[in-house]
Design a protein around this ligand. Sequence first.
Ligand code: FMN
Length: 312
Amino acid sequence: MNIWEELPKPFLVLAPMEGVTDIIFRQVIAQAGRPDLFFTEFTNVSSYASEKGRANALERLEVAPSDHPIIAQIWGKNPAHFSATCQVLASLGFSGVDLNFGCPDKHVNKAGGGAAMIQTPNLAIECLQNAQKSTNLPVSVKTRLGWSQPSEYREWLSVLLAEHPAALTIHLRTKKEMSKVPAHYELIPNIIALRNQISPTTKLVLNGDIKDRTQALKLHQAHPEADGFMIGRGVFANPYCFTNHTPTREELMALLELHLDLYEERASHIPYEPLKHFFKIYINNFPGAKELRTQLMETHNIKEARKIISML
Ligand SMILES: Cc1cc2nc3c(=O)[nH]c(=O)nc-3n(C[C@H](O)[C@H](O)[C@H](O)COP(=O)(O)O)c2cc1C
């Protein structure tokens, strides 16, 4: 079964976000209003391939029942490590594997991965082909328009499409643009034409500045040949963005409590400080939110956080 063929049209995807879309947050979003498809945060194939890193990689690849269908996103630069990691993903319950060829993080790029692949297209293709040969799961790619100029999209996306990935997600900016300029929606018609010409079976997923379902449906009306839309930071502004529901304070607080409950179930592995980054997602857009957030940011453990919440 190819999951990309089973999805509604258009379909909505929660973007992979390192440090955000972990097993806990995905369960919270599934409760608020699920996308049609989840992605994991990215996992380094070289971690999986090393004895020292494997346990950590497997922990990042853990999935919850409410995650399905879910795609494992991986990154790296060693083709053999892509093969080794892809061989195990079906047995972990994934519906597909996605190769990250777009991350602009300088550590990732220095290691030759993420957007650095745009500058080493032969290596990118070797990694993609190895992934395709090593698993029966559909293999997709998430990337950017190019390294520095938006016009690079034609050459770079043509190289990728020639390998007929199951899906191609395009963050409509270059690596150099980071997230500092508006996404290049003006290029969507050209990108659709390129996909239609080179690999019509590849599902095209558009990404960049799409904040909620309404905006995704509007973009789909303008570009009906785009298959899916991926939302990243929109979920920070509204965890209900896949449903367009505007949550009440009570609903947001219930999501926060769920997040804390799920965290507590796994707390032996996870430090408390990063959990605090999530508070602004839930404690937002209601009277008194700022003051409450300030109080919660000063807490040192979950017990202190729960005490403040219980006094509301
Ligand atoms: C905190 C954060 C972490 C991210 N981590 C990843 C990642 O692990 N893999 C990936 O492909 N993209 C990652 N991205 C990029 C997003 O998936 C997405 O392409 C980008 O945020 C643009 O979409 P948006 O405008 O809807 O946020 C990350 C973005 C953010 C903000």
